[in-house]
Design a protein around this ligand. Structure first.
Ligand code: UDH
Ligand code: MN
Length: 373
């Protein structure tokens, strides 16, 4: 008798457990489909009528890449239609929120290497959301600033492929509203980095109402995506810890490699000098202009401002400028007359490529050296 009762009790317990499992399963299913439908709602919000060029091929995002994130992957999927078409209608009416101060999709330290083969086709496939001329704006939020990234350039096509391969995904994760401008010096006269940067400032402003200008060498790749490519209260120096300098600032007043100034900061110093022909000194002159005009240089944390430079030999026609040491002593006198106010050049061609705008320019050549004696 007691055995029978024990059996029945056990049977009831089993049934209750089974029932509990079933209820648990049902709840899980409901939750799962709820999250799933929300995800489609997110896609529809991403769509928001901005990137409506959905004629593009199906995007892919290689999650095995060192700087890939699932958030980035979701970002590339913004052409996927919503499961609820009516949700699209209401969401397009919603204003996009301002972008967060610290974007949530950042991954921090990045693995940067230059041994794998890079082709422009590959980089284009990796970045289907970048629009013609190398333009991008975050689809899900409103960026505070519009950033023109300006690169001085001549005969560095291989470096440019790596730069685009690494920087586009980084800038996308940073939720930057940006355009990429390659300022290409035509001819074989002496290279003039700072003059090309001035030209980048003027020419990018003809394209859009940029309020922040980031000036980057083509061979410098940030090793941490927390080094945010926008402008700050003071002129910004981004490339403070390069591999070639042992991941340290080479000297306190160093301002080379990658820097950023708002329109106001740039105009306050009359832009950059046009009279530094050949390698060196122009970055020190810019640093002098900043401090002489009562501003300070702002920098990221040394652990975050790390950079890799693609190894290279010295270019032809960019030999060290022997006059640079003298010139940087005179910034106070020269900055008023030499700068954005005295800039002259000739644009030969503006060409929009899928991942950047190329502006080819003639900038003249250095004045003849005065005869000795
Ligand atoms: N640049 C060009 N083409 C040139 C020269 C310079 O595109 O012919 C641009 C490019 O964006 C480059 C930047 O100007 O990243 C700065 O020039 P750089 O890279 O030559 O300067 P860096 O200080 O090199 O890196 C100095 C020469 C080091 C030689 C070391 C040999 N072991
Ligand atoms: Mn270099």
């Amino acid at each position: 008798m007691t055995r029978l009762m024990l059996g029945r009790t056990l049977e009831r317990i089993c049934k209750a457990v089974l029932l509990l499992c079933l209820v648990h399963f049902l709840i899980m299913m409901i939750l799962y489909f709820d999250v799933y439908s929300q995800r489609f709602d997110i896609f529809s919000r991403f769509n928001n009528g901005r990137n409506s060029s959905s004629s593009r091929t199906h995007p892919f995002y290689n999650l095995s890449r060192p700087n890939a994130t699932f958030a980035g992957y979701l970002g590339t999927m913004n052409h996927i239609p919503s499961a609820h078409p009516e949700a699209n209608v209401t969401s397009t009416a919603k204003p996009v929120p301002p972008c967060p101060e610290v974007p949530s999709g950042l991954v921090g330290r990045l693995l940067i290497e230059f041994s794998s083969m890079m082709t422009m086709e590959r980089v284009q496939k990796e970045n289907p959301n970048v629009t013609e001329g190398g333009r991008y704006s975050p689809p899900d939020c409103r960026a505070k600033q519009k950033v023109a990234v300006i690169i001085p350039f001549r005969h560095r096509d291989n470096h440019l492929k790596y730069w685009l391969h690494y920087l586009h995904p980084i800038l996308r994760r940073q939720k930057i509203d940006y355009g990429i401008y390659i300022i290409n010096q035509l001819g074989e006269d002496t290279f003039n980095r700072a003059k090309l940067l001035n030209i980048g400032y003027v020419e990018s402003l003809k394209e859009d109402s940029y309020d922040c200008f980031i000036f980057s060498d083509v061979d410098l790749i940030p090793m941490d995506d927390r080094n945010l490519y926008h402008c700050y209260d003071q002129p910004r120096h981004f490339a403070i810890a390069m591999d070639k300098f042992g991941f340290r600032l080479p000297y306190a007043g160093y301002f080379g490699g990658v820097s950023g100034l708002s329109k106001k900061q740039f105009l306050k110093i009359n832009g950059f000098p046009n009279e530094y022909w050949g390698w060196g000194g122009e970055d020190d002159d810019i640093y002098n202009r900043i401090t002489l005009n009562g501003m300070k240089v702002s920098r990221p944390d040394v652990r975050i401002g790390r950079y890799r430079m693609i190894k290279h030999e010295r270019d032809k026609h960019n030999e060290p400028n022997p006059q640079r040491f003298n010139k940087i002593q005179n910034t106070k006198n020269t900055m008023k007359r030499d700068g954005i106010s005295s800039l002259t050049y000739r644009v030969v061609q503006v060409k929009k490529y899928p991942l950047y705008t190329n502006i080819s320019v003639e900038i003249g050549k250095p004045p003849p050296r005065p005869m000795k004696g």
